[in-house]
Design a protein around this ligand. Sequence first.
Ligand code: ADP
Length: 291
Amino acid sequence: MNATDSATKTGPILTITDLERSYGRGDRARPALRGVSLTVRPGEWVAVVGPSGCGKSTLLHLVGGLDTPDAGSIRIGGDEVTTLSAGRRALLRRRTVGFVFQNYNLVPHLNVAANVELGLRVAGVGRRAAKERAAEVLAAVDLTDLAHALPATLSGGQQQRVAIARAVATRPALVLADEPTGALDTTASRRVVELLREEHRRGQTLIMVTHDYAVAAAADRVIFLRDGRIIDERRPAGHSLAGAHEASTDAADTRATGTDAAADDLGDEAAGARSARGDNDLNDLLGLGSW
Ligand code: ADP
């Protein structure tokens, strides 16, 4: 157990305050985040949505310690990430944060099992324990049969499942997922969301950037980002699988009955077609109006 583990038992796992980040200098400086504040409780699943370029990835990278803000505070458990030395930030990242990148970021010359083991080894887990844990998480994502395959021989959905297995293998306090279903077809997306939901049920805290409203609606909370600011936040009604059987597959009904249907009919063709319509549909669905 580390300091973060004990701190998260009592308070928020993540507290972001007045976060600012600009890219470029002088006249060319363009703000990517303009004062973002957000608190996330242990075990919460938060989706971050918004148009392309609104700052979603920047936010995730800052929280994960991959980038540093110009101003503001990020506390993960008891640790102020922004003032840690590079070495300590790397340590916190390895021990506390699991990343699921949109492009998977698997090591191409390592097989599936070795990719997952690598993450564990980097986090300080011994060789034998890493092998055992990798086998366990790969079984959980139904990839035991492909443990010795190279990433290039896998489908996008399978690679994304490896990336999720790698991210959760160390049981990090926080999993950050950047468009985890962005490159996937509807069936593969559904599988990935089911996996994330399973981790969420086990108490994993998840922060997920997505452009897909059906995926966002599976979260506990949806944060709307625009032009580097949080402009609204919604709690999708009924975001568990419980309503799956009642869910209508009709687009109009989905709008009328709320986001639970959207989350639960993720696999149907109508959901795919609706997702393709983009951010404003998510907005309509969650009742925000035009933005
Ligand atoms: P999103 O993930 O919502 O699409 P990003 O966080 O990637 O948005 O980007 C927010 C803004 O910051 C955009 O205008 C983008 O061009 C800019 N930006 C992001 N990363 C960099 C970078 N490394 N260098 C310069 N500009 C960047």
